[in-house]
Design a protein around this ligand. Sequence first.
Ligand code: ZN
Length: 316
Amino acid sequence: MPYNLRLVILGRDGILNVYREDHVKAPEEWQPVPGALEAVARLNHAGWHVVVATNQAGIGRGMIDMASLNSVHQRMMQRLAAVGGRLDAVFFCPHTPEDNCECRKPRPGLMKQIGSRYGIELRTVPMVCDTLRDLLAAQASEQLVHVSLSITSLDGALTRALEPRTSAPAARLRAITALREAGVPVGVMVAPVIPGLTDHELPAILEAASQAGAVAAGFTLLRLPESVGPLFLDWLERHRPLARQRVEGLIRSTRGGALDDARFGCRMRGDAAYADGIAASFKLFARKWELDRPRPPLDVTRFRPPRTADGQAYLF
Ligand SMILES: [Zn+2]
């Protein structure tokens, strides 16, 4: 076993060549990302072996055959050779997501093949990916990461008015599923819960998140510190004029008559009967959908807190 082998794994599409939604089906469709081939050559010259691990669902979908894939890779190798770089090997998964195989990234099958081919521990092998999901998947396989997504409402129209330019509720649920399928533990933050406006959605949000694959949940109650208060009341006036009085009344009922209550223990939870009702409802439905359990433990043994020379940490 080459104990000192320096190996790096690269994705192909979006990393070495420009990503195409319709798959790279022929050599002329393989266009290098500017600088990528030179980067491989520099790695080679610095003593690194480089392999590619790539999902090629175009094969499973019948859009490209093996002969064409080989000629695409031949072009890739030639273009690399022209700048003094080389790949040791190309590992690929030919399946579609529906095949539910073990080798389609972010599942670990391809990486395991590489590990056994080179007789190398993968935890020390850097991998270059082009999606955050793949990076998170790699970290989650070592118990280094959890992810939380916030879902305020499942109502697309309300979300567009309340949180313009953020992802639609359905997209957030799909993100939960994609992360879960990649092996990343995902929690949902129902945040903020807006009394009289979104609190009735709490059970449905928890159900949808659970069915999408979330394993944990939390919530915070809306609070409106300082200048946020008038801003939100103005938003209500414009977008939900008929509900304004009731919503404002309920918010104040959870904050002792004010719009905010920063006392410790109240800031995120609120006070009084209405807030207690929201908390009780959260607890009930979090239990029902099995979102009230502790998340899998994180391995923090490799965490190194940033330290300055004099030992004093920065506040900002
Ligand atoms: Zn596969």
